[in-house]
Design a protein around this ligand. Structure first.
Ligand SMILES: [Zn+2]
Length: 268
């Protein structure tokens, strides 16, 4: 379930783009309206009200009616284009409290929620890893956020932040992997079982894998930190941690020919 849209599953209609769209657009379902919830506990530090729904695409105020929260860890979230706002500046909110109703006030092409995550210095970062996960502690710490595609359940499993947990359901092979870092970027690829290494993917511009075609090898590297990663074999055990990306046996996680059902990643 969505952490920001009441009783909904997030559907992303416009992705984050570091240059042109520093947030993410979400809908419940096409033409369905949802209440917007506080992502995490915090304080209302800004809000705007009084904007009316936009009837064209050139709204006067970009965000329309919006709410901005400051969270206990110093991070901010922002919720824009609301139809109406239920809170006021200075209010304390808990995770899940209703902030208002999704709308199309401001510069909006239709009813949706524009959601942003900002650091304690008010810098907008990619919110995608956090739409159903806790916010990172602060901008100083680098976090790796990753998720895998469960081939049996035929769905993406929740994001995991650092190695607070592993990604995967033991016993169910995985066929997709998506990773990003809160600081810097990551390049990664997977080996399709009984086939070949698939193309290298950067951050969440795409994911690595052919969904439905299971994975037996994983490689990743970052320009900004050393990543430690390991794979768990289906009906097997955790293999050794790997800290590089090369053509040797120690340069990838996995054993070719054996399906992987879970992975773990951390920053060295
Ligand atoms: Zn947007």
């Amino acid at each position: 379930m969505s952490r920001v849209l009441y009783n909904a599953v997030n559907q992303i209609t416009q992705k984050y783009n570091a240059i042109s769209h520093k947030g993410i657009d979400l809908v419940k379902e096409k033409n369905k309206v949802a209440n917007v919830m506080a992502h995490s506990e915090g304080e209302v530090v800004a809000c705007a009200t009084g904007q009316v729904p936009n009837t064209n695409t050139t709204g006067t105020k970009t965000y329309g009616n919006y709410v901005k929260l400051k969270h206990n860890n110093g991070m901010y979230t922002l919720y824009a284009h609301l139809k109406n706002v239920n809170v006021k500046k200075g209010d304390r909110v808990k995770q899940g409290d209703i902030l208002g109703e999704m709308g199309n006030t401001g510069k909006a092409y239709g009813v949706h929620l524009h959601f942003e995550v900002r650091t304690n210095k008010d810098v907008r970062i990619n919110p995608t890893p956090y739409i159903d996960a806790d916010l990172p502690n602060n901008e100083e710490k680098n976090n790796v956020i990753y998720q895998v595609y469960d081939s049996i359940k035929e769905k993406w499993l929740p994001n995991v932040v650092n190695n607070t947990d592993y990604a995967g359901n033991l016993g169910n092979a995985i066929s997709g992997l998506a990773i990003n870092l809160t600081k810097g970027s990551v390049e990664y690829r997977v080996h399709e079982i009984n086939n070949k290494w698939l193309p290298i993917v950067k951050d969440r511009e795409d994911y690595a894998g052919n969904l439905g075609k299971n994975i037996d090898g994983i490689q990743m590297k970052s320009d900004s930190c050393t990543l430690l990663y390991r794979a768990h074999l289906k009906k097997g055990k955790w293999l050794s941690w790997v800290d590089k990306f090369d053509d040797t046996n120690a340069g990838y996680a996995g054993i070719l020919g054996k399906e992987i059902d879970a992975i773990e990643i951390k920053i060295k």
